[in-house]
Design a protein around this ligand. Structure first.
Ligand SMILES: NC(=O)C1=CN([C@@H]2O[C@H](COP(=O)(O)OP(=O)(O)OC[C@H]3O[C@@H](n4cnc5c(N)ncnc54)[C@H](OP(=O)(O)O)[C@@H]3O)[C@@H](O)[C@H]2O)C=CC1
Ligand SMILES: O=C(O)C1=N[C@H](C(=O)O)C[C@H](O)C1
Length: 261
């Protein structure tokens, strides 16, 4: 049994993961953290509190699954590194500096950093790169994402990953990414990769890559209708990362795909 600690255990993903870890035959819920929420944490019946370091010490954890926020994940990565505990980070909204901080922690522990842990989405990311390579510069590429009204970051981490992978496949860079448009924008630069955001209701997570050509359009869409696939993918990452050599990994590594970027 892999002794697993969940951070943000009372959040939308935390609650999903708490159920899935308990249902998994090879994982044991060994500890949990949340901000406040003492009663909900106590109901889990495992070492719990708001400080991950203390929970890790009490839980004798082997792996932490962390779906909180980029800011919190940087701190969690440091706490895991101090104790030699493997880590799966599903949080999004990373600045380059925050990502570099996580990379520093990953020098001493194995860390999977994945803006989307659903296997289906990662297949779509791979397919998007392949389509871009085959279609080349003759198509205008746009990424559209939609999420629930409570989501804090925009664009989604998955949309950013898609845009970066598409840019890499097309030999373009960060400077070609355009986030939303407004006003007298003029004709579309041919190398632009647009990234657009919708927010509303209880949308779990939807991503479409459009390839707009002359006389045809290709659309590659993933729609999540439940958080379980994110959770099951995170469990798969947790099994894979436990006991691995230190380093910064992503879901492509977990799934045995070549890295898209
Ligand atoms: N990789 C993937 O496949 C997926 C990634 N995500 C990402 O996971 C993250 C969490 O999403 P979701 O579960 O919907 O969000 P929720 O807001 O429902 O849950 C987040 C949890 O983390 C806690 N938290 C947030 N910031 C901090 C902090 N600075 N310190 C300590 N605890 C903190 C929250 O506490 P409090 O309630 O007090 O705010 C809450 O318990 C987001 O970044 C989201 O984009 C989501 C789904 C799938
Ligand atoms: O916040 C969410 O809900 C989700 N966030 C991830 C992202 O930012 O890409 C993944 C998923 O689509 C749900």
């Amino acid at each position: 049994m892999i002794r697993t600690v969940l951070t943000g255990a009372t959040g939308r993903m935390g609650a999903t993961l708490s159920r899935l870890v308990r249902e998994a035959p090879d994982l044991e819920l060994a500890g949990a953290t949340a901000r406040g929420k003492a009663e909900q944490l106590a109901a889990l019946g495992v070492p719990a509190g708001d400080d991950l370091g203390r929970v890790l010490d009490a839980a004798r954890a082997q792996v932490v699954i962390d779906f909180t926020s980029a800011e919190a994940s940087v701190v969690h990565a440091r706490q895991c590194a101090e104790r030699g505990v493997a880590l799966v980070i599903g949080s999004t909204g990373f600045t380059p500096e925050a990502r570099a901080e996580v990379a520093r922690s990953a020098a001493s522990i194995p860390v999977v950093l994945a803006p989307n842990t659903s296997v289906g989405v990662n297949v779509v990311i791979r397919m998007a790169a392949e389509l871009a390579r085959v279609l080349g510069d003759g198509y205008d590429v746009e990424v559209l994402e939609a999420h629930h009204r409570m989501k804090k970051d925009a664009p989604s981490g998955t949309a950013l990953k898609l845009a970066e992978v598409l840019a890499s496949a097309l030999g373009r860079g960060q400077e070609d990414l355009t986030f939303a448009r407004h006003g007298q924008i003029g004709a579309r630069p041919s190398k632009e990769i647009g990234v657009q955001t919708l927010r509303g209701g209880d949308v779990v997570g939807e991503h479409t890559v459009f390839f707009y050509g002359e006389g045809e359009r290709i659309e590659l869409t993933h729609r999540a209708t439940s958080r379980d696939q994110f959770g099951l993918g995170a469990l798969r990452a947790a099994r894979w990362v436990t006991g691995r050599t230190p380093g910064l990994y992503d879901m492509a590594d977990v799934l045995g795909f070549p890295r898209a970027t």
